[in-house]
Structures are given as C-alpha cells and as structure tokens.
Design a binder for this molecule. Structure first.
Ligand SMILES: Cc1ncc(COP(=O)(O)O)c(C=O)c1O
Length: 452
C-alpha cells in the first residue's frame, strides 16, 4: 500500500492494486483483468477527457449525461473555489445557506407552470425516492390515504434506491432484489417497438395508444388506490427510447381524469438537453412533480432534487408551525459546493442560451446518427433532443458483447461512448463543434465495422 501514491502516470497506474475498489455498474473482473490504461481518466477539459497515458478522448456522453456544458467551465470552477473559501458545510436541517433559497427560486423560475417548490437531494436515485414519498404523503394529508400504489414503466430507469428499482423496469436491476421490491407497483408497457418504429427520426408516430394501458391498470385496482405514475419523458439510460407523438399528453389526461399524480423523472432530460429547460416544456406536458440531478450543476458536485407543484407543497403546510412537516432530508441536501456550482451552471445556461443551442445541436445529431443506417448489424437508430442511440443486433447467445466491442473500438479511435447491452448512446456537450460531431459519427461508423 502506498498512501501517497501519485496515480497520474501510466507507470503508477500499472502498479495500482485494483482489487479493493468495487466498481459501480462495471464488469469488475473484465476491467481488472485487462487493466485498461485507456479507461483510466485523470483529466477533463471542455469536450475531452485525458487518459493516464495522455490520450484525449472525446466525451460522447457528457460524462454520464451530466457534464452538458463540457468539463470545468471557468465560471463553475471559480464558484466552487470561492464557496470553499467562505464555508465548506452548512447544516441543512433547521439551518440554511441563503444561497439555497436563491437557487430554489432560480430553478422554480425555469420550471414549467406552478412547479415552484424545490426539495434538494444528492442524486437522481434520492430524487426519485423523495418524489415517491412526497406523492404518498400528499394523498394521505389530503385524506386519500388509500392511494398507495405506484405505476412505473417497463425499461424505465429511476436509479438504484428500493423505490426507484421498484418502479423501474430494467430486469437486471430488479431480479436480484425481487424480495425487497416495494409492494403495490404496476408497470406500463414500454414504447420501444422495432417493427413499428425502427429508424424513426425524433418522436415515433406510432405508439400513443400504449398510454391507454393506464386505464387497464386503473380498472384493475381502482383509481382510489393509485398515488402516482412515474416515467422518464425520454428514456435515456436504456438507450434513448423516445416517447411516441401524443403519448405523454395521453398519460397526463388519464392521470387528471383519475386524480393520479404524474411524476416526470427528468434526471437526464432536465436543464437543456431536450432543447428546452425541461422535457416537460419540450414535449408540452406539465407533470405534478419533476425529479432532476446531473446537469443542474454540470455534474460538478453531487446534487439532485424534486420540483413540486405549489398545491402539493401547500398540502404539507398544515398543523402547528413549530412542527416539521416532512420527515425527510439528507445531511448533504443543498450542499454549499453543489449550490455554488448550480448557480454558476444556471448563469451559463441563461447567458449562453444553452437550451436553444442544444436544439440546434439536436438537428445535427439527428442527421449524423441516421446517416449510420446500413452499417453492419445496426437494427435501429433513435434520436431525441441532443441525444441519439444506435442499437445493434446481439451476437448469438452473448447479449452485450457487440456493444462492448464497439465501445472498445471507439476508445481506440479517441471516442468515449456509453453502451448498454448492444445499444450505444451519444449525448455530447453543448460546446461540441460541427467538426467534432463529424469526427464522432465517422469514428462510430468505423468502430461498428471493426467490431463486426
Ligand atoms: C432518469 C434517471 N433517474 C434516476 C437516475 C439515477 O441517478 P443517480 O445515478 O444520480 O442516482 C438516473 C441516472 O442515470 C436516470 O437517468
């Protein structure tokens, strides 16, 4: 063990003991066996990472969908450093950093309609579990205590808390923990149908009717038992599964008809990527609760949160005013460093009109991605906002191997992609130039052919 080891040189990294670190969402054995120096990152600047060997990698997915402005914008770096010079940690319970109030106001200003009350968490997973708790407690306070059921969607990803896994719809995330799923959860069918919508540009025209399945679930359980429906407006983690035209509006109508809260999980779609501040505005549908994380502060310091309609917040504000209204919160809710980074991020989002710039980038991404139709094994190409995915047929009996190969071939070509199963996703930072976009799509085509 070398406590003072400098891990910034290839030599030092080659000597690292890789065993103790249990890597999240990673094939630990494969990674540790191959000791890939091209996957050890030590620097980040603009749209690029630098590996420990000094290779520059173009950041095709903005980190993990979070660094949408590119890495280390000067304004954010300065804001975090300045905050650290003033105060490091400020308790979030019964005390507050004034900047947290100002941040909540700024987030409310860009959120749709009367979603104007903001609860801070540290991650998307916590945001989701917080939103589910708010929905349950809201109905109870309203006198509807029998509304306890949740409805998620197949292929949905809502993080890794027990609530989020229960309403989520990705089997690998669920099967190990089946015994501990929260009770009373149903799932809407997913909207991904290769036969009907493969290679759709933007929103598929087929599939709005899939929202009607909510009526079937209501008929099965009765509306009086259902608290909330939670969906990602665009399913990012599963590989850019795009809502069919009219689908989200239909969900909203059915929820309204039956007094069910609608939660949009905007951990990926929030803060610009969809060409508007939130997916809610981009798709023209207003939910009751929005969860956010990631791009709220460009992934600089962990932060997430829930934005609630005022009426939901007001429902909690009853009883004696010395009593805590919502027994929920995190030690690091609205951590001062995260708040400082978020203010600087919002400054940039406004000053540089980032949502609009993402709308411009979106059109280019659509063209670039769909030009890859016809490459070997490509069975679908999808795009939505400034994001796209390419789905490939799996190798016989080895789901995920082709995706891994493309990922590795792309790394050799200086591109850091994200793969999930045999689908690769791209959502580059807003600072991406036309030339970089061209290089990215050309390298992805080469990687697909080389992977075979
Ligand atoms: C829609 C959605 N919800 C929740 C999460 C979980 O966020 P975190 O990893 O910050 O807990 C993610 C992460 O990708 C996500 O995409």
């Amino acid at each position: 063990m070398n406590l003072a080891a400098n891990t910034s040189t290839p030599h030092a990294v080659a000597d690292l003991n890789l065993d103790p670190y249990w890597m999240p969402y990673t094939h630990n054995r494969y990674f540790k066996k191959h000791q890939p120096l091209d996957r050890m990152l030590v620097g980040a600047e603009g749209a690029y990472y630098t590996t420990v060997e000094g290779q520059r990698l173009f950041d095709c997915l903005s980190g993990l969908w979070c660094s949408s402005l590119g890495h280390r914008p000067a304004k954010i770096v300065e804001a975090v450093k300045n905050q650290l010079d003033r105060a490091d940690y400020i308790p979030a319970f019964q005390m507050a950093n004034p900047e947290s109030f100002r941040l909540a106001e700024r987030i409310a200003d860009v959120a749709p309609a009367d979603l104007n009350r903001v609860f801070f968490t540290n991650s998307g997973s916590e945001a989701v579990d917080t939103a589910l708790k708010i929905a349950l407690a809201y109905h109870r306070l309203k006198g509807d205590a029998s509304r306890t059921r949740f409805i998620g969607r197949e292929k949905g990803y809502h993080g890794v808390g027990f609530g989020g896994v229960s309403v989520g719809g990705m089997v690998a995330n669920r099967k190990m923990f089946a015994a501990a799923m929260i009770p009373g959860v149903d799932h809407l069918p997913h909207t991904h149908n290769l036969k009907e919508m493969a290679f759709s540009k933007g929103l598929p025209t087929w599939g709005a009717h899939l929202a009607d399945d909510l009526e079937r679930i209501v008929a099965l359980h009765d509306a009086s038992t259902i608290a909330a429906v939670i969906v990602e407006p665009m399913q990012g983690s599963v590989g850019v599964v795009v809502p069919p035209v009219g689908y989200l509006k239909r969900l909203r109508e059915i929820c309204d008809k039956h007094g069910i809260l609608l939660i949009f999980d905007e951990v990926i779609t929030g803060f610009g990527r969809m060409g508007d501040w939130f997916g809610a505005q981009a798709f023209g549908v207003t939910p009751d609760l929005i969860t956010f994380a990631k791009c709220v502060n460009n992934g600089t310091v962990p932060m997430g949160g829930v934005i609630a309609r005022q009426g939901i917040y007001d429902m909690f504000m009853q009883g004696p005013d010395y009593a805590v209204e919502f027994f929920h919160g995190y030690t690091y809710s609205a951590h001062p460093l995260a708040v400082a980074a978020a203010h600087a991020t919002l400054d940039i989002l406004h000053e540089d009109e980032v949502p609009k710039r993402f709308a411009t980038l979106a059109a280019k991404i659509e063209n670039g991605a769909h030009a890859l139709k016809g490459e070997p094994n490509v069975i679908d190409i999808r795009n939505c906002g400034a994001a796209a995915a390419i789905e490939m047929s799996p190798l016989a009996g080895q789901v995920g191997v082709r995706g891994l190969r493309v990922f590795e071939e792309a790394l050799k070509r200086g591109m850091l992609l994200r793969f999930t199963g045999d689908t690769i996703a791209m959502a580059p930072p807003v600072v991406t130039t036309d030339a970089e976009l061209d290089r990215m799509f050309s390298a992805v085509g080469d990687a697909i052919r080389a992977a075979g």
